[in-house]
Design a protein. Structure first.
Length: 162
């Protein structure tokens, strides 16, 4: 059986709400069912938004509170700061770094086109590598972030990442 995943406020609210609305439509939830499933899926910081809600609150009220607190439109600046400060951790794989950079780019620039986000993503990925030889290897390669990752994977046998 399909179940609405948990939302803690750390992942994309927009993606969570798309899934919520799809499930609401598919299962034909009425307002009470939708409110139960929505509130039941919120945990941690996201779960705190339902504390103190009136008994007459509707799903639209909860969604508005979530958007105010976790929506990327209002949080884009925070994600931009995280993106610019992100550095590869010791023993972190390039694939994990790539996924994190991609996630932060999509949250920091939710309405930008692919060419822009690919450029920003590659620049952030290069900066996050925090390793001169690896950064040079990427700079020689393609301009897309996923191609930058593919460029680096074979060279990892020859370049010590840390």
């Amino acid at each position: 059986m399909l179940k609405l995943q948990r939302y803690t406020g750390t992942d994309s609210l927009e993606a969570f709400l798309r899934k919520f609305n799809s499930m609401k439509q598919y299962f034909q939830w009425n307002e009470d069912d939708a409110m139960y499933h929505l509130c039941g899926s919120l945990e941690g910081a996201a779960g705190q938004v339902v504390e103190g809600l009136s008994t007459t609150a509707k799903t639209a009220d909860v969604i508005k509170l979530l958007e105010t607190r976790f929506g990327t439109k209002l949080q884009a600046k925070r994600f931009k700061v995280e993106l610019s400060a992100r550095r590869r951790q010791p023993d972190e794989t390039l694939q994990h770094l790539y996924r994190e950079i991609s996630r932060l780019v999509s949250l920091a620039y939710p309405s930008k086109d692919t060419d822009f986000t690919d450029h920003v993503g590659k620049e952030a990925f290069i900066r996050a590598l925090n390793n001169g030889p690896l950064q040079l290897e990427v700079l020689k390669g393609e301009h897309l972030i996923w191609k930058a990752l593919l460029t680096l994977l074979p060279s990892m046998r020859h370049i010590n990442a840390h």
